[in-house]
Design a protein around this ligand. Structure first.
Ligand code: UDX
Length: 433
């Protein structure tokens, strides 16, 4: 099939690349010329395992191309995916201006029947908005249909998630349109849910909101564990093995960050309010999440008897492992709060340091975890990178000024760390008991 993907952010670049890898002819469009030029040279704008190799292979095999010429790409395609950014406004509402301008440009370029697919995460009703904009701007009687086909890929596992999703959601206005999408996804061989556009739009937000609720739930449980001296990891295992609950997204820690969960939950609260429903459950989910960093920083402050003038090593800056993304990363909040209290910071992350330097230029960036630990008064784990789990902790302990660890992601075994002579504090592991 001839496909056009508008927007080469996480979703667009991965989606377009995977569609081309499945044998389709794909044109990816972006209005940032430098980005398009750099992808054509084989330099990816994001760090995503497996992406670069797949892009280069499909460019070479001439199934995948990149351009800034949206009109030309639309003309050559039968299915057009809108994968542009949907950033939040101050009040949580989703800014749909990029979606609207993509719809307008599609309308101006349409030269025949097109299926226009919203893949960006957009509030319920956006399909109607896209139809309205296209009807307003199209220059001929070319027909079109608008479909909602939300994307569920996770950063760091994006290729795998796009090639092997748990399910594919197709919200289409008619059976014929749904069948076209079914054909496109047939090779993936995963369950497909065919529904109306509104339901598909809600499925995306409801999924993210439910996962975020699981995280805030276990974080709230971790607070109780700390107060009574229980171990949240065991509690998490104990409840997760109940098949009705499931063990995923029950890791207590510093809360959820990234470009999706915080903004999507706020957007769903906003949309619900707009339609007259006060989603107070999700407001509590957000509140619990917002309390994570102050809670952790006050633990550090309390156990270190103040951090003023102390040097703190920070392991991990990315919002989660396997990505260089620092959007809504807990590292920024934690480091800013510690700096505010007068601490000095030495930080290390395997891939997110360049991005962090733009936001926090005045801290010391280290070449390795060992360098970040050298001479520090405490070590703080912020991101659960695998390499941090495999460190030579004897070497780390010897080089630290004081062997204190604050493990914000529970990556270490408290008993073993204490045996090694560390003063260890994790999340929900009974340190107040
Ligand atoms: C998420 C959704 O998983 C994905 O389906 C959607 O398309 C985009 O948003 P992503 O933001 O890449 O993906 O990250 P994810 O792995 O879901 O983690 C989100 C946040 O939750 C991270 O900050 C992570 O550290 C945190 N998290 C996750 C926890 O704190 N505990 C957990 O048990 C799981």
């Amino acid at each position: 099939m001839n496909i056009c993907v508008i927007g080469t952010g996480y979703v667009g670049l991965v989606t377009g690349t995977v569609f081309s890898d499945l044998g389709n002819d794909v044109i990816c469009v972006d209005n940032v010329k430098e980005k398009i030029d750099s992808i054509c040279r084989g330099v990816m704008p994001i760090y995503e395992p497996g992406l670069e190799e797949m892009v280069n292979r499909n460019i070479k095999e001439e199934r995948l191309s990149f351009t800034t010429d949206l009109a030309e790409a639309v003309k050559k395609s039968e299915i057009i995916f809108i994968c542009v950014g949907t950033p939040p406004k101050d009040d949580g509402e989703t800014d749909l201006s990029y979606v609207e301008s993509a719809a307008k440009e599609i309308a101006l370029a349409m030269n025949g029947y097109k299926i226009i697919v919203n893949k960006s995460t957009v509030p319920v009703g956006t399909g109607d908005l896209v139809s309205k904009v296209i009807n307003q701007y199209k220059k001929n009687d070319a027909d079109f249909d608008v479909v909602s086909n939300p994307e569920f890929l996770r950063e760091g596992a994006a290729i795998r998630d796009a090639l092997s999703p748990d399910r594919i959601i197709i919200g289409a206005p008619t059976k014929q349109v749904a069948v076209k999408l079914l054909e496109l996804y047939a090779m993936i061989g995963k369950p497909m849910i065919i529904t109306d556009v509104y339901s598909a739009e809600i499925i995306k937000y409801a999924s993210n909101a439910f996962l975020a609720t699981k995280i805030s739930f276990i974080n709230a449980i971790s607070n109780i564990c700390e107060l009574v001296g229980a171990n949240v990891n065991d509690v998490s295992k104990g409840i997760g093995l109940d098949a009705r609950i499931g063990s995923q997204f029950l890791e207590a820690g510093l809360g959820f960050g990234g470009s999706c969960f915080p903004k999507d939950i706020k957007s769903l609260v906003h949309t619900s309010g707009k339609f007259g429903y006060d989603f107070d459950l999700l407001q509590a989910v957000l509140k619990i999440n917002e309390d994570r960093v102050p809670h952790f920083v006050s633990l550090i402050d309390e156990k270190m008897k103040g951090v003023k003038g102390k040097v703190i090593g920070v392991l991990g800056l990315a919002f989660k492992a396997d990505t260089d993304d620092i959007r809504e990363a807990k590292s920024i909040e934690i480091i800013s709060a510690l700096l505010e209290k007068g601490a000095k910071i030495k930080a290390y992350d395997p891939v997110a340091m360049e991005n962090t330097k733009k936001v926090l230029p005045d801290i010391t960036y280290c070449k390795s975890s060992y360098e970040a630990a050298e001479g520090v008064d405490a070590l703080v784990v912020v991101t659960e990178w695998r390499e941090f789990k495999l460190l030579n902790m004897e070497k780390i302990k010897e080089s630290m000024k004081q062997p204190i660890i604050f493990d914000g992601r529970n990556i270490y075994d408290p008993v073993r760390k204490k045996k090694m002579g560390f003063e260890y504090y994790g999340i929900g592991r009974g340190y107040k008991g």
